[in-house]
Design a protein around this ligand. Structure first.
Ligand code: TXA
Ligand code: MG
Length: 350
């Protein structure tokens, strides 16, 4: 199959494209569409065969449920049954953070097929900031089920070319609207009541909506982990993985290279002790100079991909990032990317 790419920029009226994509989805096809976090692989959530195709193309196990993308906050009530005690909190969160990089896990309605939710009693709802995904959902008139547009367990795509690397030839269409402005996947929250019966949220996945931004809005409870059932978003150890082994390193420590192994360093600012060592075959910097977490987040997945593709590098070393704000979401992804290789293949000794 040849994958068609539609380029969208400021000079193009997007509406005819939303209609074209919505028609394609209504016909049971799938397409990769941008959001502000990462590109998603979209299907009409009410079309089971199209959703099955998404799992198939991604090689994703069907026990890992998909997020439903909606055109606006009101539409969540078509697929979710928000219990009375949580209505105030859900309204508040949606007013404050939608459209935006927040996903809410809520009790589902029966209209949503089991294949979307992996049979769970809940459904993940998201109103993205990106005009394309929202516009397509509005024109389609159905929620759009879309996981990140990568093969299962691999690095999420933040550009259309990364989507083509992952799924080129396997999907009919990619809408290219440039690089994603956030760069890491949405924050996933499950509204709940705490032990005192007060509304709170359980943080299921760290993301661009940080704990700091949630402070003062509601209590944030930790995700109950380790989870034995797949309630866990992207929480399988084999996630966000480059093909090469990857090691996470404290930037203030000295790295001891194994002779014969060629290392590439992903550094936050390029100024750490680690970055000044002369053992790097290649050095890529996420936010040169002052170090801004938002800039690092936008570049993180693209830099991981680029280092993975570098011919002269056998092993990727990534500096640990400050664990505040967006740094937590990035460290979560880096730990998973590194963990995979430690468990599944022998890494060079550190
Ligand atoms: O930013 C994002 O969230 C991107 C864009 C495309 O929207 N999507 C994304 O989807 O990251 P995905 O499928 O790669 O990750 C979503 C995670 C999955 O790991 C899944 O386990 C979790 O959301 N999830 C979906 N439905 C859930 C539910 N009902 N309960 C708990 N977790 C759920
Ligand atoms: Mg994913």
């Amino acid at each position: 199959m040849k994958t068609r790419v539609i380029r969208l920029d400021m000079s193009v009226d997007p509406l005819p494209i939303y209609h074209e994509v919505a028609d394609l989805l209504a016909a049971g096809q799938i397409a990769a569409l941008p959001t502000e976090t990462v590109y998603g692989l979209a299907a009409d959530a009410f079309c089971e065969s199209a959703v099955a195709r998404v799992f198939d193309v991604k090689e994703r196990p069907t026990f890992d449920p998909l997020i439903c993308h909606l055109p606006d906050a009101q539409t969540i009530h078509r697929i979710a049954d928000v219990p009375q005690p949580l209505r105030g909190l859900v309204d508040k969160l949606s007013q404050l953070f939608w459209p935006g990089p927040m996903t809410l896990v809520l009790p589902r309605k029966d209209c949503i097929p089991d294949i979307v939710t992996s049979g769970l009693p809940t459904v993940a709802c998201r109103v993205t900031q990106h005009g394309v995904m929202r516009g397509v959902a509005r024109v389609l008139g159905h929620p759009v089920a879309a996981p990140s547009a990568n093969r299962f367990g691999r690095i999420s795509p933040t550009t259309a070319s990364a989507v083509l690397e992952e799924l080129g030839g396997k999907i009919p269409l990619v809408v290219d609207a440039g690089a994603c402005s956030e760069g890491v996947e949405s924050t996933i929250l499950q509204p709940c009541v705490d032990e005192k019966g007060k509304p709170a949220v359980r943080l299921l996945r760290e993301g661009p909506l940080t704990r700091e931004k949630l402070r003062g809005v509601c209590r944030v409870l930790k995700s109950r982990r380790p989870m034995t059932t797949p309630v866990a978003p992207g929480q399988l150890s084999s996630h966000y993985a480059p093909a090469k082994p990857m090691i996470l390193c404290n930037p203030k420590m000295y790295f001891k290279p194994t002779p014969g192994v060629r290392y590439g360093l992903i550094s936050y600012q390029g100024t750490s002790l680690l970055a000044t060592q002369n053992c790097w075959e290649d050095l890529m910097i996420l936010s040169p100079g002052s170090g801004r977490l938002a800039e690092a987040a936008v570049r993180l997945f693209a830099v991981m991909r680029a280092m993975d593709a570098r011919e002269g590098v056998d092993c990727i070393v990534a500096e640990e990032l400050p664990e505040n704000g967006l740094g937590r979401a990035m460290m979560d992804r880096l730990r998973r990317a590194a963990a995979t290789r430690f468990t599944s293949s022998p890494s060079p000794e550190v």
